[in-house]
Design a protein around this ligand. Structure first.
Ligand code: OGA
Ligand code: MN
Length: 284
């Protein structure tokens, strides 16, 4: 018979969410994450690239504690009226007095790495679902390590040593007569990067933000980027997450891209987010 007051601990379990990437986590007490839990979470995050922890809505302090299992957190660049802690970024379409309360308010988002326009993009993103619309607003994740591994050997050889210019002007990247604003933030990164802890390579370009491959003529660059994006976005590399309030989801921003499906803007969607920073620029 167990001693009175002693809790029966469920083991931490990771169940794959499909064949592409991702695992569902059960047995985690997010109100009390031990050092050992954090170690096991980290190890499985490296393996699955995306972890989903279902459960009740948690406090900002608990979300921060969860995020810190994966590294030091960045502060949100814009503080929201709906957040108390500086690390919390609000992703929402809610408007108060005509002003958005959070970032990325409306509808569909093409596949992207976060902050690819920065010299050192963040290592991971964590979203916690607070309110979700009845339909749509799903977040899709694609496994860029698997996408790289399954490229033809000739394509892999062709990508050796290539670098790409990435920009923040969301939506402009593919418009026909695009003209980059002279002071739009940009960063040059290798087209293929390595995740330091695992040594695994990943494609490091995306539809939304990669402008061009610098070593190739424009037309050739465009054709190769389209080919790589089409390949990476195929269903076999994608896990599509349908949100339930309370879900905590962490993705590895070094080897996964994500996208969002459209949703009815008249319905509320509210997510709280923390961002795990990185300390070194991506290398091939
Ligand atoms: C993000 C993002 C997608 C979503 O937070 O970087 O792209 O589903 N969010 O809101
Ligand atoms: Mn994003």
């Amino acid at each position: 018979m167990p001693d009175s007051g002693e809790e029966t601990e469920l083991p931490l379990t990771f169940t794959p969410l499909g064949t592409a990437l991702g695992a569902r986590v059960t047995g985690l007490d997010v109100t009390n994450i031990s050092t050992e839990d954090a170690r096991v979470l980290y190890e499985n995050w490296l393996k699955y690239h995306v972890l989903v922890v279902p459960g009740p809505i948690i406090s900002e302090d608990q979300l921060v504690d969860f995020g810190r299992c994966f590294g030091a957190l960045e502060n949100a660049r814009r503080q929201s009226v709906l957040a108390l802690r500086p690390e919390i970024m609000v992703i929402s379409n809610i408007r108060e007095n005509g002003e958005t309360v959070g970032a990325l308010p409306d509808g569909e988002l093409s596949f992207h790495f976060d902050r690819l326009h920065q010299k050192v993009p963040n290592k991971a993103g964590v979203l916690h679902a607070m309110e979700i619309p009845d339909a749509g607003g799903d977040t899709w994740f694609a496994n860029m390590s698997l996408a790289y591994d399954t490229l033809p050997e000739a394509t892999k050889a062709r990508l050796e040593g290539l670098t790409a210019l990435n920009t923040y002007e969301y939506g402009q990247t593919h418009s026909a007569n695009k003209k980059l604003d002279a002071d739009a933030p940009t960063a040059v990164h290798p087209v293929v990067r390595t995740v330091p802890e695992t040594g695994r390579k990943a494609l490091f370009i995306c539809r939304l933000m990669t402008d061009r491959i610098l070593e190739l003529p424009e037309a050739e660059s465009r054709a190769l980027l389209d080919e790589l994006c089409d390949h990476a976005e195929s269903q076999r590399f994608v896990y599509a997450h349908q949100w339930t309030p309370g879900d905590i989801l962490i993705w590895d921003n070094r080897c996964t891209i994500h996208a969002r499906t459209d949703f009815d803007g008249r319905q509320r969607r509210l997510m709280k987010r923390v961002t795990v920073g990185d300390d070194t620029p991506p290398v091939h």
